[in-house]
Design a protein around this ligand. Sequence first.
Ligand code: SF4
Length: 278
Amino acid sequence: MSLRQYTHTMAKITRKPLLKSRSTVSKRGRNLPGPSAAAPKRNKPARKPVVKTGPALRAKKSVGALRRWTSAEVREAFSRFQKANPDPKGELEHLNPYTLLVAVVLSAQATDAGVNKATRALFAVADTPQKTLALGEEKLRDYIKTIGLYRTKARNVIAISEKLIREFGGEVPRTRAEIESLPGAGRKTANVVLNMAFGERTIAVDTHVFRVGNRTGLAPGNTPLEVELELERVVPPEFMLHAHHWLILHGRYTCLARKPRCEVCLINDLCRWPEKTV
Ligand code: SF4
């Protein structure tokens, strides 16, 4: 073979070390133990198992174990929610689709009340992407520094505002894929914005909806997406628009994680949770 024919690819192939045997051969031809035999094999420290307790464990255990609600029962539950609260509202304060989007992004791992406290002053000076960019990241951080992960969130809000101006004419887009393409916005954000800003029949599954769906047996699922898809399957179309608000409010004020208020619960006769207190 001439030198010209000797390519880099061939060099890689021919220089590949032989790894078949772990033993090495001494000059006298005797097999000596290889490095793995010389050094006792160290076991990786066992990872501590994550032990779920309390409501999370009970909700997990109940997935698929409870008897399914009949369609008549689902309809009855949502009829009661509707009668008690015909026009339920989300609790994140906002002025327009853009401020709603910002509020939802800020609300990740934070309470609505905490977000509202910060955004009241922020939205008074920055209720459009253009105004947010004019404010700048540093000042934006000052407004939201009481909210967890505020540095990352401020960076995302600035990036969202830039992208909205650059790609969407400064408006919040109306499709799930477009909203999910914004920095810091996931499926839940898209569902909330599509539902509250544009009246789409989407269901955003937060921690409350996840718990209520599983605990009651209404929409069991191992992940928020599974619960969302199950709710989409079982909730009658006429209740879809407000379904996630009713379930959020039910989880936040009645079906509390640690001490559910079963005695005042509107659906306590329909609920399948074995630990309900009525
Ligand atoms: S009965 Fe109790 S556990 Fe069941 S939905 Fe009502 S509050 Fe929750």
